[in-house]
Write a protein that binds this ligand. Sequence first.
Ligand code: UD1
Length: 355
Amino acid sequence: MKVLSVVGARPQFVKLAPVARAFAGTGHQHVIVHTGQHYDAVMSDVFFEDLQIPAPDVHLGVGSGSHGVQTGAILAAMDAVLDEHRPDWVLVYGDTNSTLAGTLSAVKLHLPVAHLEAGLRSFNRRMPEEHNRVLTDHAADLLLAPTAVAVDHLAAEGLAERTVLVGDVMTDVLFTVRDAVAGRAPELPGGVSPAEPYLLATIHRAENTDDETRLRAVVEQLSGLPMPVVLLAHPRLVARAATLGLELRTGSLHPTAPLPYPAMVAAAAASAGVVTDSGGLQKEAFLLRVPCTTLRTETEWVETVELGWNVLRGDLTGVAEAVTRPRPADTDAAPYGTGDAARQVVAALEARLGA
Ligand code: UD1
């Protein structure tokens, strides 16, 4: 079996790591295509190095652009790649512009598409990721769902027959890296002591960064929190803040460059709490049993909220109370699987080959 993975953005490299490892133990051929959506070393190369992902076989180098420009550039470049490789499966990940473009190119060439992390829904049609995941799910031939809730969403949209519950591959990689960095001191920016409680924050969603009033309100909230806030500043946030003349180094806020994955996991594990709008980090916080406060009005990872480890503060009220709330009740619940999702992905691709 020949499988061609299409990745391009930071969270996709994390998801690719356990999948590439699972393929390495088989006789299957795994081709990696990097679209180039993310290109800074801290957004791309360090993930391949730290997570021991094989170098991409193909690099499209599309870079940044508006949604149409970026998606279109990937789409235009993919035809030749798929024509050359003619894989048995095109495997797409998550909900970025790279996901949608990879899917469209494959279905137009009548190549079977499998969507990893299928069935997640925010039901917020203003999110670019929501369009990407809905369109991808409806175009794909095999829907690899991470959770029972995702399976239900797909069934509600008439897609049950194409759906397989495999668990969440981010759990696989998180558990591996968590164990590898156990006991490692977090790398914190100057002025933040690991001996004192601190919060780990990330903000990068369009809904929080694109509107000036909203972004200023988010920064004001974070800067007023009652303990140091280590802000891992995504390039989108840095670019927006610079354009607006908005100072990120203010009050409790300690902005610093995005961290490589192992350092990020170590920093999250040692923190008093996480404040984020990232989907992956909400779940990583839960898996590390670190309380999370999410600056969005909804989440795709509803289990984190239902189990008490995540609270939504999309309206930005009561954020200080949320980050200092008592620790939630311990739980053995494993809604994201037990860390063997990548193996199940390979098994599902084998089972449905030619089906
Ligand atoms: C993308 C995904 C989002 C995902 C996120 C993870 C889409 C629609 N969004 O958002 O779902 O959660 O990746 O990080 O696909 N930039 C750099 N260097 C880079 C990459 C980006 O400077 O290596 C800057 C550029 O100014 C660029 C901006 O960040 O315009 C946004 O990058 P883009 O890939 O368009 O979207 P993300 O916000 O990263």
